[in-house]
Design a protein. Sequence first.
Length: 206
Amino acid sequence: MFLGQFQSIGYDLFIRGLASSHSGNMSIRTGDRLVITRRGCRLADLTEKDLIETGVERNDRATPAAAPELSFHRAIYQSTQAQAIVHAHPPTIVALSLIDDAVVPLDTTGESSLGYVPVLGDGMAPQSKEMVKEVADAIKNHNAVICKGHGIFATGQLLEDAYYLTSILEESCQVLWYLKMLTLQDKDRVQQLLSQKRGSVPITKQ
Ligand SMILES: [Zn+2]
């Protein structure tokens, strides 16, 4: 029933370089159940057997086959009204997350759609309970959050919405990266731009 949506977004995530061959995962909420991509599947080539249905709150026989970040998806659904989640490891987002505690897009699309994206989990184990709680708490106030050195969780009413946020955040991070490269000789100017933006952007949902 949802296969077409998963296939379309999964293919795009891979082709655009937002997820490597067997990484990343996606889910949709259906009441007190969710449908999530299978552990170890290839997002670019999803079939019906790669979609796992399990509980938002409870485990069942299908649970072990679900993607390893199932606990994050569950916690996000439990703490928000989101109906869909995309998790991916876009390289520029991951790179910038290693050197800063938030991403504040300077391009107009990223600025208007995301505004301020926190980087979470400094010093925490990537799959730990405290990391899951940190994500679930922060995503109440943001449509997307970044786990330091790992990747993004983006939410929406549709997979398409969450994919869109993933895509524009990676683009915003590329712009920030280019900006850092272009102004290597003028570090103070970049810092000034970043601090101006941080001062003018609310740190909750746009
Ligand atoms: Zn991951």
